[in-house]
Design a protein around this ligand. Structure first.
Ligand SMILES: C[C@@](CO)(OP(=O)(O)O)[C@H](O)COP(=O)(O)OP(=O)(O)OC[C@H]1O[C@@H](n2ccc(N)nc2=O)[C@H](O)[C@@H]1O
Ligand SMILES: Nc1ncnc2c1ncn2[C@@H]1O[C@H](COP(=O)(O)OP(=O)(O)O)[C@@H](O)[C@H]1O
Length: 279
């Protein structure tokens, strides 16, 4: 077995999220802005000659065969026909089921890093197409730039975003994405934007938020509290909510004033994925 190499897998926020329609297969058409933040999982990888893919640090409650890191490694192995395998160590810091995309980011990091370690030679576009088979959120992490997204989240236009900071609260509930997308209360007919840019703060919204607020009162409470400081929004299908601030100082001040019953953190918005320039 070769030695382990460590790679970052950042979390994302959906700065705005509209549902604009539904495909015949039931998947929803979205319009969203993805922003990477500096909360990261760490994925360590070592290639091995026996072809085995093994996760040495299973997540409690997640069958290693269904872990997105293992599924990503197996998919790439198949796609490029390599005889090499990989040992994987995963350090989780991104809360699960929080709309922060941790599992998707871990998967993307595995695709990009094993493509290097195995000399598999796939293009970024090829890896994004593989990633889409694992989840709608995976392609943007392979893409590596903050982005305006349409389709199911895979049609991406890079965006340059200001150097903002975010107060992020985790209301302590795990929300399954599929449950919110299947709600009869969800609106699915938002008008698409004309420009592929981040709209002004007042126009930002999350079409999944009102369903989550109804079904999870604790998310409603957290939104009410954070909204006292500015236009707070939920990310993805929740449960995390966030408030954008201009400076670290502002974000820290808001965070310090919040009730201590909320778990949360202050994060910096990244200008791109930390592995982007190495690709
Ligand atoms: C809502 C978003 C916004 O970024 O983020 P999260 O809250 O998951 O972080 C994503 O669209 C989530 O992407 P991801 O978490 O990769 O979803 P997937 O694994 O592909 O799909 C989970 C389930 O959600 C539904 N789904 C997902 C994406 C989409 N555009 N339409 C859907 O209807 C499908 O029912 C699918 O079975
Ligand atoms: N490596 C992984 N990290 C996190 N979750 C994973 C992973 N592999 C599989 N999962 C499954 O995906 C679910 C949601 O993952 P995650 O991407 O963290 O949340 P979200 O979709 O809310 O952003 C988890 O509850 C877990 O069952």
């Amino acid at each position: 077995m070769s030695q382990f190499h460590a790679y970052p897998a950042p979390a994302k926020l959906n700065l705005t999220l509209k549902i604009t329609g539904r495909r015949p297969d039931g998947y929803h058409l979205l319009e969203t802005v993805f922003r990477f933040i500096d909360l990261e999982d760490t994925v360590e990888l070592a290639s091995r000659d026996d072809g085995v893919i093994e996760l040495l640090t299973p997540i409690p409650g997640v069958d290693p065969d269904t872990d997105l890191t293992v599924r990503a490694a197996r998919l790439l192995q198949q796609a490029c026909g390599t005889r090499q395998g990989a040992s994987i160590r995963l350090t989780k810091r991104i809360p699960m089921g929080g709309g922060l995309g941790g599992g998707s980011s871990d998967a993307a990091t595995v695709l990009v890093a094993l493509n290097w370690l195995w000399n598999a030679g796939l293009s970024r576009e090829g890896l994004m197409a593989l990633g889409l088979k694992l989840g709608a959120d995976v392609p943007v992490f392979v893409f590596g730039r903050n982005a305006f997204a349409t389709g199911v989240g895979e049609e991406l236009t890079p965006l340059d975003l200001p150097d903002n900071w975010y107060v992020v609260l985790h209301p302590g509930v795990h929300i399954p994405t599929a449950q919110i997308f299947s709600s009869p209360l969800l609106t699915r007919n938002s008008a698409p934007s004309i420009m592929r840019t981040l709209e002004t703060t007042q126009q930002r919204r999350n079409d999944m938020q009102s369903v989550v607020r109804k079904n999870y009162p604790v998310v409603d409470q957290a939104l009410n509290e954070l909204s006292a400081y500015g236009p707070a929004l939920m990310t993805g299908s929740g449960s995390c909510i966030f408030l954008e601030c201009d400076t670290q100082d502002q974000a820290n001040k808001v965070f310090e004033q919040l009730s201590t019953k909320w778990r949360g953190f202050v994060a910096r918005g990244l200008s791109k994925h930390p592995m982007f320039d190495k690709g």
